[in-house]
Structure formats: C-alpha cells, structure tokens
Design a protein around this ligand. Structure first.
Ligand code: GLN
Length: 252
C-alpha cells in the first residue's frame, strides 16, 4: 500500500513547525510497511488532486494568508471535488480559516476557498494564545496542542473537531474547537499537532487508505509509549485549569 501526501504552500504556511506533521504521517506509514511520499507545492504550481491521498494546509500570518488567497481561485474547484470525494485534509490555523468563506481582518477581507460553510472574523483587543486541550470523539486520547490566532471562527452547523477542556478554541465562547467535514479536519492546533496526538495521525492515515483501496483497513499497532507520555504530560498540566488568553500585539 502507498499514500501520497500533498503539502500545500510550506513556503508561506508553515508556522510553529507545521511541517512536523508531514514527518509524522510519513513515519507512521513507513513503520507499518506502508509506502509514503510527499509532494510539495509552491504557490504557482499546478496541483493534480487525483494523485493525492492526504493534503496538509498549514498556518500563516495574515500577510501570508493574503498572498495565498490571491491564488486560491485557481485550485478551488479541483480542491472542492477532492473534498467532496472524501479526500483527506488536515488544515491548521490559517489553513483552517482558508477552508471557509472568508476571514475578515481590520485590513480587509481575505476570501477563503469556501469548501466548508464557516467564517472567521478578527477578534477585538487580543489574540488567543495558549496551550489547548480537547476531547474529540474521533479518538480516545485527549488532543493537545498550542493555539495562537487573532481570528474567531464560526463553524455554523458543522461538527467541531473537539470540545475544549483547556484553552480558547474557535472563538473563546462556544467551547468548541476546529471542524470536521467529511474527511477534512480543520483545527487551530499548531504544535505540531500529529506527533503529540498519534491517534489523530492514524485516523487520517486510515481514512486515506480506506478511500484509496476501497476496503476497511486495520492499522498495525505501534509502540506509542513516548507519544502517550508527551500527551499525558500536557493533559495533566492543564486539565481543570482556566485559560487566560494573553493580551498582546503580534503580527501572526
Ligand atoms: N493569521 C491568522 C490569525 O491570526 C492565523 C494565524 C495562524 O495560522 N497561527 O488568526
């Protein structure tokens, strides 16, 4: 078996080591004898979505999101077909916002791909910066990460990725974080997300294999002792505490 991962625009959208998620996907495939390759796309490259099994869209500053947004129209229809055909996507922070209809900032509206009916508005006064812990019904372990966003996202009637245990999540009010639509996960969790949350990584790999090979797939178990320790350390550090988003000015 083989999976091909498409990494979209790492030259612009790669905050806080989002690239580590690619390494994690590759390794957890290879450790099981599943071949994995990554194709990296820059902003002017043509993308053949039919050759991809997992797409990663990372986070970026408002400035970088604006640059990406100016080119998104060219890939919108192909990307939409891929998503509607159950293509697997993991989109982080700025990438999550770009899946939606728009991100309204004080400097203007950044048009999104409109692949999922959600909208983001820049919050007034402060950014949401902190560690974050969730419970997601996609996995049994808690999901842990780090968030840093000015945008507040309204996912409307869509299903969230998780319920916030500690941290702010989509808008610091709803108590929910991220979005799940078909085989797409959009989330504010940087960190990188997948090494600290191996079950989320395996969820993506399993969905991609099942879509490609059109049969149920049971992934071989790996020794996740270290990953589980890292995850539990963060979970135990923050469970039961109250998040205090920091009032600070930052560009991203
Ligand atoms: N620029 C976006 C925001 O501030 C996304 C930031 C990010 O990807 N960390 O909301």
């Amino acid at each position: 078996m083989k999976l091909t991962i498409g990494h979209l625009y790492p030259d612009l959208l790669n905050l806080y080591g989002d690239r580590g998620n690619i390494q994690c996907l590759m390794k957890r495939c290879q450790w099981r004898g599943i071949e994995a390759e990554t194709k990296t796309f820059e902003i002017n490259d043509a993308i053949d979505f039919s050759s991809l099994d997992i797409v990663l869209l990372g986070g970026g500053s408002d400035r970088e999101q604006k640059l990406v947004c100016s080119k998104l129209k060219r890939i919108r229809e192909d990307f939409r077909q891929y998503v509607e055909d159950d293509g697997v996507v993991i989109a982080i922070c700025g990438g999550f916002q770009l899946l939606g209809n728009y991100y309204a900032t004080d400097d203007g509206v950044i048009e999104g791909l409109g692949l999922i009916d959600l909208e983001t508005e820049q919050g007034k006064g402060y950014r949401l910066i902190d560690n974050i812990v969730l419970r997601s019904d996609l996995v049994s372990m808690p999901v842990v990460g780090f968030e840093n966003h000015g945008g507040r996202t309204n996912i409307k009637k869509n299903k969230p990725f998780g319920k916030v245990i500690y941290g702010s999540g989509n808008d610091a009010q709803s108590g929910y974080e991220g979005v799940v639509y078909k085989n797409v996960i959009g989330t504010y969790l940087h960190g990188p997300l997948l090494p600290k949350n191996p079950q989320v990584c395996d969820y993506l790999i399993q969905k991609a294999l099942e879509r490609k090979y059109r049969k149920p797939v049971a992934l071989a178990k790996l020794d996740d002792t270290q990953e589980e320790e890292a995850n539990a350390y963060i979970y135990n550090r923050f469970k039961g505490k109250t998040s205090r988003p920091q009032k600070q000015e930052q560009l991203v």
